[in-house]
Design a protein around this ligand. Structure first.
Ligand SMILES: CCC[C@@H](/C=C/S(=O)(=O)c1ccccc1)NC(=O)[C@H](Cc1ccccc1)NC(=O)N1CCC(N2CCOCC2)CC1
Length: 211
């Protein structure tokens, strides 16, 4: 893997979004990953719909939480994702308003990444931004710089938040974590120390596959 990589420099990451008062991080994590996979396949960066998942993904619990693995399966069954413009974000669950004629991006399958941080970095640099999950405890205190919470405050077995990894290595060998709302952290980004498997960031990395 290269010493550092940042998909924001390569046009694979849409502008920072804000999920509002809805626990839809799982949907944002997955749309961000699929935006990157679609970009890699077509060269086109689309902003894809989280609201479609909140309303139509019956395997997950809308604003009450979800799992990226369920969301990939739901997207395959639905037939794909509409754009943010066609199915815009409301921030609470409504009746499903999906129309297959408006599908802008599809996926064929999904993959779980290994839990080795170097292998995750290599995969990310080659294939695109990665859906990840972690214990979000330390995030609530984060303002800027490289977060290096003590393990006792960030139990890697208490994973409760899904995010999108977009890069690594610019500073103290960190992993960039894309968050929601640009007034959060550093322009909407959270930098976590890489190399100690902090907060379980390595345990649930995944990606959609677009053939
Ligand atoms: C209330 C849900 C909050 C939401 C997103 C958090 S959040 O609100 O975006 C946020 C933003 C900033 C800091 C901290 C948290 N969290 C989730 O969706 C998390 C994300 C996650 C957790 C663990 C592994 C992978 C991904 N998922 C969850 O909360 N859930 C996962 C599935 C679970 N199902 C219950 C029924 O049986 C099947 C499983 C329901 C809860």
């Amino acid at each position: 893997a290269p010493d550092s990589w940042d998909w924001r420099d390569h046009g694979a990451v849409s502008p920072v979004k804000n999920q509002g008062m809805c626990g839809s991080c799982w949907a944002f994590s997955v749309t961000g990953n699929i935006e990157g996979q679609w970009f890699k396949k077509t060269g086109q960066l689309l902003s894809l719909s989280e609201q479609e998942l909140v309303d139509c993904d019956k395997l997950d619990q809308a604003c009450g939480g979800g799992l990226p693995s369920n969301a990939y399966e739901a997207i395959e069954k639905l037939g794909g994702l509409e754009t943010e413009t066609d199915y815009n974000y409301i921030g609470h669950k409504q009746s499903c308003d999906f129309s297959s004629g408006k599908v802008a991006a599809y996926i064929n399958s999904s993959v779980e990444l290994p839990d080795n941080e170097n292998e995750i970095a290599a995969w990310l640099a080659e294939k695109g931004p990665v859906s990840a999950a972690l214990n979000a405890f330390a995030m609530q205190f984060y303002r800027k710089g490289v977060s290096h919470p003590l393990k006792i405050f960030c139990n890697p077995w208490m994973i409760d938040h899904a995010v999108l990894l977009v890069g690594f290595g610019q500073r103290d060998d960190v992993v960039f974590i894309f968050l929601w709302g640009e007034d959060y952290g550093e322009q909407g980004y959270y930098y976590l120390y890489r190399g100690s498997r902090l907060c379980g960031i390595n345990k649930m990395c995944s990606s959609a596959i677009v053939n």
